[in-house]
Write a protein that binds this ligand. Sequence first.
Ligand SMILES: Cc1ncc(COP(=O)(O)O)c(C=O)c1O
Length: 388
Amino acid sequence: MASRYNYLEKELNKLKRQNIYRTLKSVSIHGSTAIVNGKKAVHFCSNDYLGLSQNKQVLRKTIKQFRQISQCSSRLIAGNDPKIIQLEEQLSKHRGTESSLVFPTGYMANLGAITALADKNSTIFSDELNHASIIDACISSRAKIKVFRHNDTDCLERLMQNCVGKKIVITEGVFSIDGDISPLRKICNIAKNNNAITVVDDAHGDFILGSSDSFSGTTWHLGVNDLIDIHISSLSKALGCFGGYVATSRTIREIFINKSRHFIYTSALPQHLCMSALSSISLAKKGNLQKRLFSNIEMFSKGLKKIGFIISNSTTQIIPIMIRNDKLAAEFSDELLKNDVFAQPIRYPTVKKGSACLRISLTSLHKKNQLFHALNALEKTGKKYNII
Ligand SMILES: Cc1ncc(COP(=O)(O)O)c(C=O)c1O
């Protein structure tokens, strides 16, 4: 007799045949080393770019203030813990905006912000490489969606011509897989000329790029902060914490508090995570961790190019090693793990068909000897699979 799960099993088998089936690995992390399914390897899969999730000072301060697991209610019902208010003050100061609003995750910040801003009478212009949370947010908003070619401002301009009604342009600061930077000045100018709202998800540039005394993100790095209407970011990347936030004007914040279902109908970010984020912010502002990170980026990307890998237009801590084939990308990653290097294959539908890559994520915790070891392992594996 046919099981009622038959169609699900068929679906899983189809994913396996297409080489895009996913499984979860057991991973425990110690500095920049991971124990992956029992095997010790250099860890290149974390977005903890400054190593702050394991920082002793942050841990100590968090534990000292730890008095409740969660407020177990939403902020509109149970109110604001003083630490969440303090965190929002710090985040607005950090991004140079009138206000900010913390969400439980960066994913929810995108969903909450975009669905509150756009409706079926809006048009959203979205970069083709935008993160899944932006894509899901655009779809949920029921707006018309026009996708412009990656970082192609001519394409954006063409798409905006003759478009009437409410318009929103959304892109990332540093792209989450390609590690390249958005041409924000041109994008902002096109948006302003067309009376569109500009939204930047800077999850991967936040606390990494910017001036050497603030690291306030890609918009500061490119000198366009005042041209952005809404900044969206995650606390679970450079800050090594958990949560998401939106930094914007007071009016737009009020709209989110009143209309964003992903803010209204969910529990508040726990107070101890606000404490961790506050401690991480003060350490991230010092700049020594970014210095170490950029020294690692320089050494590693030079090494990869010298070996002959194609790493797209990455200039940041996110380095995609282009493999192009889903099956090969998975095998490449498995082989690397045998050589004590842990880096995940990024396959369809996370990236377009034919764009599979290995995503290397560098952190300030990586030691130079670990990077040398990884370059040797990558070269050996690249030759074995005819990628270089
Ligand atoms: C560009 C971008 N935005 C948002 C998110 C979601 O952030 P979070 O992990 O805090 O939900 C991610 C996560 O990787 C991301 O890469």
